[in-house]
Design a protein around this ligand. Structure first.
Ligand code: PRP
Ligand code: HPA
Ligand code: MG
Length: 164
């Protein structure tokens, strides 16, 4: 697979605002979450913002990798699982955080470990939408989201010269 046609670049400022918007949305659920399970690595950044906003101080990671070469997704590898005490009762008091859901494979895989947890991410593509409970912004499936931690400053071609 090659890079999707459309680009959705996200600055640190925009990411912070969108992650805070997610925190507001989650606060509105009036649900008490005892812990956050963040899906590394992308979930670490929104988890930090949401834990601060919702005052959730118990943070666990589930470490999975599937995009081994940037845009191409391979087999899901579980590098580190979730503490057994957080998986009790299907994780009903757990909030799972990721930066985005794309095909939904990552969220679906983690849901097998925490079937009753609340799944939230900042961005979602249509295939991933059914795999999460809450998200903020949807982009089309043929869009690649460029996160600020993956970016640097580079020259941009003028649109008139055919920049995509
Ligand atoms: O819905 P999916 O198609 O499964 O894709 C979404 C996942 O892909 C990215 O993680 P990635 O596996 O690239 O690892 P990273 O978070 O360490 O960058 C992203 O952070 C999500 O976790
Ligand atoms: O659109 C994306 N952007 C960054 N990482 C990703 N991992 C899956 N989809 C994406
Ligand atoms: Mg990830």
């Amino acid at each position: 697979m090659s890079l999707p046609d459309k680009a959705f670049p996200v600055s640190w400022d925009q990411f912070h605002r969108d992650a805070r918007a997610l925190a507001w949305r989650l606060a509105g659920l009036n649900q008490t979450f005892k812990a956050i399970v963040c899906i590394t690595r992308g979930g670490l950044v929104p988890a930090a913002i949401i834990s601060r906003e919702l005052n959730i101080r118990l943070i666990e990671t589930v470490c999975v990798a599937s995009y081994h070469d940037y845009v191409n997704q391979g087999d899901m590898v579980l590098l580190k699982g979730i503490a057994p005490e957080l998986m009790e009762n299907g994780g009903e008091t757990v909030l799972v955080i990721d930066d985005l859901t794309d095909t939904g494979k990552t969220a679906a895989q983690v849901r097998t470990m925490l079937p009753k947890a609340h799944f939230a991410c900042v961005y979602a593509k249509p295939k991933g939408v059914p795999t999460v409970d809450t998200f903020i912004t949807e982009v089309s499936q043929d869009t690649w989201i460029y996160f600020p931690w993956d970016m640097g400053f580079t020259y941009q071609e003028p649109i008139a010269k055919g920049a995509g």
